[in-house]
Design a binder for this molecule. Structure first.
Ligand SMILES: C[S@@+](CC[C@H](N)C(=O)[O-])C[C@H]1O[C@@H](n2cnc3c(N)ncnc32)[C@H](O)[C@@H]1O
Length: 273
């Protein structure tokens, strides 16, 4: 198997004018995530000012997990939302019952999966792991959100955090999510957005475009352009109304959006009829 060459850029300024329109977006995205996988978590925590886990926790809350449900977390990366769904990280969620059924984390960048698995194991073996079974019932699969290796109507919750923007064909992926969900199943999409207030948006974009790419690139030692891609891929991605429209178009009902932290992040929920 040929590994992507992580020492050459995946993105340049011309491609970043609209990274979603680039024909080989899939390969470029994969190459970029393979390169930044080892420092992915620290950059997430630091550059979201430790808000990222709060956003994932909101996603878990909106999933309204019940008893023995089956959860599929797409574009799972290093597994933070997958593990949150299996309740390992937040015992203080208290009344929110953990998903005691099967939890599956799927990502098409293989390099992410050993990190996710090691994290789940270390939580399980650490002080918070007592009586928790975070790793035992998580299955990690190297697969593509656009073509899931799962049967029809086999999941109760499908989630995807900061992943749908990176998928080459988001509508195709959302249709796949609809296919694998059971009637009554919930789709949870967590994704970056921009504040609707113009002043806040300007300030945020200054941080997002001018500061974050420099500090995150320094920390990761990245040469692929991953942290230049991040703000540009958010700025050029479909808006919130288009996202809810896409979910409805794929067949989801009761589609709602929940803006978080001045709208820099949005959690979308839709129900499979
Ligand atoms: C920004 S990371 C998000 C990781 C994780 N969900 C989190 O909350 O931190 C995006 C992930 O999406 C994955 N990805 C992008 N396109 C994908 C696809 N078509 N199928 C599966 N995974 C994909 C990448 O490999 C990467 O790990």
């Amino acid at each position: 198997m040929t590994r992507p060459n992580s020492t050459s850029p995946a993105w340049d300024d011309r491609l970043l004018e609209n990274p979603h329109a680039v024909q080989d977006k899939r390969a470029r995205v994969q190459k970029m995530f393979a390169a930044i996988a080892p420092s992915y978590d620290i950059n997430n925590r630091l550059h979201s000012l430790w808000m990222d886990q709060k956003w994932r926790r909101k996603a878990v809350e909106l999933a309204r997990l019940k008893g023995e449900e089956a959860v599929v977390d797409l574009a799972c990366g290093t597994g933070d939302l997958t593990i949150a769904m299996s309740h390992g990280l937040w015992p203080e969620l208290g009344d929110w019952p953990p998903a005691r059924g099967q939890v599956i984390g799927i990502d098409f960048t293989f390099e992410m999966l050993p990190l996710a698995r090691a994290k789940a194991r270390s939580i399980n073996e650490g002080p918070k792991g007592k009586n928790l079974t975070t790793d035992d019932h998580i299955l990690w699969i190297n697969g593509d959100a656009q073509s899931l290796p799962l049967p029809d109507a086999s999941a109760d919750v499908v989630s995807i955090a900061f992943g749908i923007r990176n998928v080459a064909d988001p509508l195709m992926a959302i249709r796949e999510f609809h296919r694998v969900l059971r009637p009554g199943g919930r789709l949870i999409i967590l994704e970056f957005s921009l504040p609707t207030n113009r002043v806040l948006r300007g300030l945020y974009n200054f941080y997002f475009r001018q500061i974050l790419p420099r500090t995150a690139t320094f920390i990761s030692g990245d040469k692929t352009g991953a942290y230049k891609y991040l703000p540009e891929s958010v700025n050029t991605f479909i808006g919130r109304e288009q996202m809810t429209g896409m979910m409805q178009h794929a067949g989801f009902q009761q589609v709602e959006q929940f803006p978080l932290t001045f709208g820099v992040c949005v959690c979308y929920r839709g129900i499979r009829a």
